[in-house]
Design a protein around this ligand. Structure first.
Ligand SMILES: Cc1cc2nc3c(=O)[nH]c(=O)nc-3n(C[C@H](O)[C@H](O)[C@H](O)COP(=O)(O)O)c2cc1C
Length: 169
């Protein structure tokens, strides 16, 4: 699929069939995630790939808007021990966000559906995900990406708004 098509086709998909996502596709998604840019190329990310039903159930309860039934979840975490020092450390959020968007776009390309459910900076949700995955303190869960074969197909759309563009010529 052309990138320009995938960009507009990417919509949040929240309904999936029970069909599992193949291991090949999971690897494709992870390659896409890790090919994203990161500040000073620190790659301060960790990816938890979850198919275990009991853990998926815990993730669904982790946050108010994370109650999504999907055969697969990828939790993207920042690894503070790999992040830039002191004031620059919060760049991990942008790094992990870039990786997340890459995963979402590759999912479209693979004819999968996906939705990004935010976790950080919601402290209770972070704690719930941390407990569900037994994360060490240095890992901060940014989001849960639910992925699967879609059973809904939101329309492709372009949200271009010229009022948001500021030309400096
Ligand atoms: C940081 C972030 C957090 C989000 N959290 C949730 C969430 O908790 N639950 C959910 O269903 N969707 C969540 N979304 C998806 C947005 O609701 C969705 O991207 C937005 O409504 C635009 O729709 P679209 O993705 O179909 O273009 C989140 C998206 C982002 C970028």
């Amino acid at each position: 699929m052309e990138l320009s098509e995938a960009l507009f086709k990417r919509r949040s998909v929240r309904k999936f069939t029970a069909e599992p996502v193949s291991e090949e596709n999971v690897l494709e998604l992870l390659h896409a995630g890790m090919s994203g840019p990161s500040a000073c190329n620190k790659t301060p990310w960790e990816f938890f790939v979850i198919t275990k039903p009991e853990v998926l159930e815990k993730l669904r309860k982790a946050a108010r808007y994370s109650k999504i039934e999907a055969p697969l979840a990828i939790v993207v975490c920042g690894n503070l021990s790999k992040a830039l020092p002191s004031q620059l450390s919060p760049f991990w959020i942008q790094d992990c966000s870039a990786a997340t968007e890459n995963i979402l776009l590759r999912a479209v390309d693979l004819e999968l559906g996906a939705v990004w459910c935010g976790i950080h900076p919601m402290k209770t949700a972070e704690k719930n995900v941390r407990e569900a995955l037994s994360l060490p303190e240095k890992f901060i869960p940014l989001n849960i990406i639910y992925i699967g074969h879609p059973s809904e197909e939101p329309e492709a759309r372009d949200q271009f708004n010229e009022k948001k563009v500021h030309y400096i010529k």
